[in-house]
Design a protein around this ligand. Sequence first.
Ligand SMILES: Nc1ncnc2c1ncn2[C@@H]1O[C@H](COP(=O)(O)OP(=O)(O)OP(=O)(O)O)[C@@H](O)[C@H]1O
Ligand SMILES: [Mg+2]
Length: 298
Amino acid sequence: MNNRTPVFTDDPGWHGKRLQDAFAARGLEAVFISLKDCGFDFSRAQHPGITIPGFDSLPRGVFVRGVPGGTVQQVIARLDILHALTMSGVAVYNDGRAIERTVDKAMTSFLLHRRGISTPATWVCESRHMVEKIRMQQGPLVMKPLFGSQGMGIRRLEPEEALPVPLEQHVEGVYYLQQYINSGEGAWHDYRVFIIRGKAVAAMKRHGTGWVNNVALGGRCEVYAVDSEIAALAVQAADAMDIDYCGVDIICEKRAGDADGNMYVLEVNSIPAWKGLQSVVGYDIAQLLVDDFLAKAS
Ligand SMILES: Nc1ncnc2c1ncn2[C@@H]1O[C@H](COP(=O)(O)OP(=O)(O)OP(=O)(O)O)[C@@H](O)[C@H]1O
Ligand SMILES: [Mg+2]
C-alpha cells in the first residue's frame, strides 16, 4: 500500500505519537489530518469525490483517532466522509457505523440488550414525567449524557434531588438513566478490556477515587487477566457492536466480603484511549492496533 496513511485526529498527543512510531516500525508514515479539513468535491468525473488534504488519490486505509464534535450538521458531514470512504473500498478503522453505534450510549444499550448481554437496567426517554415515574419505582440511578466523554457529565441522581432541567447539565433534552451498580463503597472499581478483532489483548482493573473510575478522573490502573470471565464478556460486547477494535468497560456488583458479584457491561468505546492500559502491560498496544489495521487494509 501507499506508504502514507491518514490518521484522523485533531489532537495527536501521546496516542498519535505511539501510532506514528508503530507505523514507522513497519516502514510507513502516519499523517495526522483533521476530519474538519476533509470534504467532498463532485466537480470532476474522474475524482473520487472525497477530498483528504495531501492525498490526490484515496489511501488504502484510514485510522480514525478522533471525530471532532460540533453542530449536528458538522458531525453528520464528518461521519459522511467516513461512510463514503468505506463505500469507496477504503479500510476505515473503526468504520463510521461502528463509531455511531458506540458513541451513542442508547444504541449501545439497545444492541447489548438485544444480544442478551448483561448490562445494567437502562432507560432512555425525553419525558420528565417518565423519568419521575422511573425514579419512584427504582433504586439509585445514574444519569449520563448520551454522548459521554471520559466520565464527564455522569452523575448519580439522589432520591431527594430535583431532576435537572433539559438542556442543562449535559441532558440536552434526552435522559439516559441507568441502575447504579455498587462496586464497593470506598473501594470503587471497574474493568477496561481492550479488544482487537474479537480477541481480548489487554485488560486492567481501575480503582476510582470516587464511584466514577475513569483514568481521566484519576482512576488507578492495575493489570488484569485477559483469559478471565470479564474479558470473555467484553469479547461478546465487542461482537454485538461489530467493531474492529474497542475498549469495553465492565463493572461488578459488590458481594459480601468485597468479592465481585454479577458483571455488567457499561459501555463500548470505539475511539478508546490506551495510555492507562499501556502503563500496566509490557507489549506495545499501538503496534497491535497498527498491525491489525494493516491486515484489514491490505
Ligand atoms: N450504572 C453505573 N453504576 C455504577 N457506576 C457507573 C455506572 N455507569 C458508569 N459508572 C461509572 O462511571 C464511569 C464512566 O461511565 P461510562 O464508562 O459509562 O461513560 P464514559 O466513560 O464517560 O463514556 P465515554 O467513554 O463514552 O466517554 C464508569 O467507568 C464507572 O466507574
Ligand atoms: Mg467509560
